[in-house]
Write a protein that binds this ligand. Structure first.
Ligand SMILES: NC(=O)c1ccc[n+]([C@@H]2O[C@H](COP(=O)([O-])OP(=O)(O)OC[C@H]3O[C@@H](n4cnc5c(N)ncnc54)[C@H](O)[C@@H]3O)[C@@H](O)[C@H]2O)c1
Length: 337
């Protein structure tokens, strides 16, 4: 256990929590980010939280010279690749930008790793690779039919990395398919802080609770679910980050590619999330019925059995913990603003 880990996108939501989890587990993380959807202000807070030095490389993951310099000046043992663009609607409007960033960035990174002799890589993939699931919960061997440009960029990178490992057996690659990461570190020091408009339900609820938005739109109330609203598998970001540490430990024992769902294995509806956030913030939150969004699905819930068995990892924090921690982060960041 231990070693130096480059975290691309380490200033972002998932990356910053992965940095904390790695540091707490005895690794030495290095952050690389171009701040396309984050800010360098997270770095002092990460240093404070971890007590670690945390070198920062302010660079684009597609910048081959910056990557070569990074690998030549740091003895990097493994990479967690979180850098990427993730707004589904933006991906439909700007497909080339999404392929360039997400796929092009991953190719540049893998090439730099080969040049530097680094062969351990964890990739931030997504449940969007499944598209509309035939059944729930969704196992890793379910059909892969991503229904968006964003989802197709994720699947394209998975395919590239699978091909890479087939060509060279020394690779140790973890493809982690996140379901719906939400919440924040319990310290309230870091959380979801997109510089772009938030697209996810929990940060939108935080905006409503903080008075920055009048209400939350509930897209579709006639789905075939218990209360008619969409059901998703919300996984606490701290559990998700711990899954990366467990996956790195597994890859140290076994080469090849592992593909793992990271989810809690239970679904919650939009109305259940709103109710949990109301409990967390102690006030009612206005909501408005809105039409279904094109491409949205009724239910998407992980079967995390493989990750549970292979990694000895399990997501245990529930929706109340997610909302309480997201609200603490919201209140703290409001104080800082
Ligand atoms: N949050 C989710 O719901 C979710 C779900 C599934 C998968 N993912 C994936 O996890 C990863 C992290 O997501 P997140 O929620 O933390 O998003 P985020 O936007 O908060 O973090 C991504 C980080 O990558 C940086 N970045 C983007 N393009 C870059 C580039 N070319 N070079 C260097 N840095 C770059 C951004 O500035 C940002 O800090 C992404 O790849 C995303 O697709 C996220």
């Amino acid at each position: 256990m231990g070693g130096t880990v480059l975290v691309t996108g380490g200033a972002g939501y998932v990356g910053s929590h992965v940095v904390v989890a790695l540091a707490r587990a005895g690794y030495a993380p290095i952050v690389l980010d171009n701040f396309a959807n984050s800010s360098a202000t997270v770095l002092p807070r990460l240093k404070h939280l971890t007590g670690a030095e945390l070198p920062l490389i302010a660079a684009d993951v597609r910048d081959r010279a910056a990557l070569a310099h990074t690998f030549s000046t740091h003895a990097i043992d493994a990479v967690v690749h979180c850098a990427g663009l993730k707004a589904v609607g933006e991906g439909e409007a700007q497909p080339l930008a999404y392929y360039d960033n997400n796929v092009g960035g991953s190719i540049a990174l893998a090439q730099a790793m080969i040049a530097a002799g680094v062969n351990t890589l964890i990739f931030s993939s997504s449940a969007t690779v499944y598209g509309q699931p035939e059944r729930n919960p969704v196992p890793e061997d379910a059909p892969l039919r991503p229904a968006s440009v964003y989802g197709r960029t994720k699947r394209a990178v998975e395919l590239i990395l699978e091909d890479l490992a087939a060509a060279d057996a020394s690779w140790r690659i973890g493809l982690l398919r996140y379901f719906n990461p939400a919440g924040a570190d319990a310290s309230g020091e870091i959380g979801e802080a997109p510089t772009n408009v938030p697209n996810n339900l929990v940060p939108i609820l935080a905006d409503v609770a903080a008075g920055r938005r009048p209400c939350v739109d509930v897209f579709g109330d006639d789905y075939p679910t218990a209360d008619g609203t969409g059901v998703r598998d919300y996984i606490h970001i701290t559990d998700l980050a711990a899954g990366h540490v467990a996956a790195l430990a597994h890859l140290a024992r076994q080469s090849g590619v592992i593909t793992l769902n990271l989810g809690i294995g239970r679904g919650c509806s939009v109305l259940e999330v709103i109710a949990a956030f109301e409990r967390a913030c102690g006030k009612p939150l206005a909501r408005r019925a809105a039409p279904r969004r094109p491409g949205d699905i009724a239910i998407c819930c992980a079967d995390p059995a493989r990750a549970n068995a292979l990694l000895g990892w399990r997501a245990g924090l529930d929706l109340d913990a997610i909302c309480a921690d997201a609200w603490r982060w919201q209140v703290n960041s409001g104080r800082r603003a």
